[in-house]
Ligand binder design. Structure first.
Ligand SMILES: [Zn+2]
Length: 422
């Protein structure tokens, strides 16, 4: 009888530079592991947001178990993390803590006031008063803490608030910080003494996070004794799902430098890059500027590599899936940030066979079509015979496990090596 495989458990990774491999199907870890083994990034092999779990009808336990099963089979014994991503409520915290996650990403973005920059002076005064009334204002002594102070954030960076900038930062992020603090305290309770680490993410907001706003956010967390291992600001330019960075790389680099300095000053904590899939043009810059204070998250790009297996080995199935995705695009795109339009989807040539792989899996329109419709494909979608796409997909991936692993290994080796290329 073979000895039972030891079940690897996730641990905290601390300030080691790290990389998150989201896996929506639960079969991608062998490929992720193959790439991670060749890299100096600490891996997070289980990472899924509550939103995606709902969309794919998975539980926090199932997501974790899928990674554990693959790691046990590979007899992996090094450290790895498990990220309960984009947690919005106290119940999200309880559920994922009970499942054994070690890394908790708090998402208080619903509490970010995106209109703060446009408030009049009077509205701003009212909002600051409202924050205090609602218990979301910083401590009573917050104004003297910030005003008429010079924050020497880095050797070449000193930041100062004036009252207006301070009030706008508080109006924009005050409630989000208060919610984040509440969530963080709940995590400490839910983890019952075992080690955990916390990220705060505000990447899914309308306007980029300025240096002063980040400084305010970071200092407020510190003043309230919330220790974070990473923080995800909203960066300038477009971090769209499934495609490369869109924006001016020089401006991006200039805006990234103060964020790193602030992360070092307020923490140190890592900067977290969400929607990190496929941002090949920006990776050398990100890697160079962030150095080791870096965490990168990816998710949908692994699902697209799974679909590449389908395009190559079962083109008829891919044709059906692609046609179904077109019918779902308008409804499914709603919660995503992407540039592909319905007209572009309508103009996309139907999939006719492996020669069209690039059109669907390498170009923007095809990739975003497949990316935003994953939830529908993995839950409601069926083929002409009424069989669930998901069942066919999982069966195919089991049958072509080597191809699946090789595609993922190649894809993530590209990600990880470009991050080290700056
Ligand atoms: Zn995110």
């Amino acid at each position: 009888m073979k000895p039972a495989l030891k079940i690897p458990t996730p641990v905290t990774l601390g300030l080691k530079k790290s990389f998150g491999f989201g896996d929506r199907l639960g079969l991608a870890t062998p490929g992720h592991l193959a790439a991670a083994r060749q890299s100096d990034f600490a891996p997070i092999f289980a990472q899924q947001s509550i939103r995606e779990m709902a969309r794919t009808q998975r539980t926090p336990e199932a997501v974790l178990r899928a990674a554990q099963t693959a790691l046990a089979a590979a007899r992996y014994s090094k450290t790895w993390g498990a990220d309960a991503d984009h947690l919005k409520t106290l119940e999200d915290v309880e559920q994922t803590a009970a499942a054994g996650y070690t890394f908790f990403t708090l998402d208080p973005s619903e509490f970010v006031n995106n209109g703060a920059d446009r408030l009049s002076a009077l509205e701003l005064e009212h909002e600051i008063a409202a924050l205090a009334r609602d218990g979301a204002a910083p401590e009573l002594d917050w104004r003297p803490f910030y005003l008429n102070q010079r924050f020497e954030v880095g050797p070449r960076l000193t930041l100062e608030f004036n009252q207006e900038k301070l009030f706008r930062a508080a109006a924009k992020y005050g409630r989000a910080i208060a919610h984040g603090v509440k969530m963080a305290r709940h995590i400490a309770k839910a983890c019952q003494g075992r080690p955990f680490e916390i990220e705060v993410s505000v990447d899914e907001t309308d306007s980029p996070t300025t240096a002063l706003e980040h400084l305010f956010f970071g200092l407020e967390l510190k003043r309230r004794d919330v220790k974070v291992v990473s923080l995800a600001p909203r960066f300038i330019g477009e971090f769209e799902k499934g495609i490369d960075y869109r924006g001016d790389l020089e401006r991006f680099e200039k805006s990234l430098q103060p964020h790193v300095a602030i992360a070092r000053y307020c923490g140190p904590y890592k900067l977290s890059v969400h929607s990190g899939s496929d941002k090949f043009a920006a990776y050398p810059v990100i890697g160079r500027v962030c150095g080791s204070l870096l965490h990168v998250k990816t998710a949908g790009t692994s699902y697209l590599e799974a679909l590449r297996v389908v395009a190559r080995t079962a083109p008829a199935l891919f044709t059906e899936i692609a046609a179904y995705c077109r019918s779902r695009f308008d409804a499914d795109r709603a919660s995503y940030h992407l540039s592909t339009s319905s007209a572009e989807i309508a103009a996309l040539r139907p999939f006719h066979g492996p020669a069209d792989e690039g059109l669907y899996l390498d170009e923007r329109v095809g990739r975003q079509l497949l990316h935003v419709t994953f939830g529908s494909v993995l839950t409601a979608g069926t083929d002409a015979k009424g069989r669930r796409f998901k069942d066919s997909l999982l069966e195919l991936l089991e049958r072509h496990a080597d191809l699946h692993r090789d595609l993922l290994e190649r894809h993530f080796t590209k990600h990880l090596s470009l991050l080290n290329q700056g």
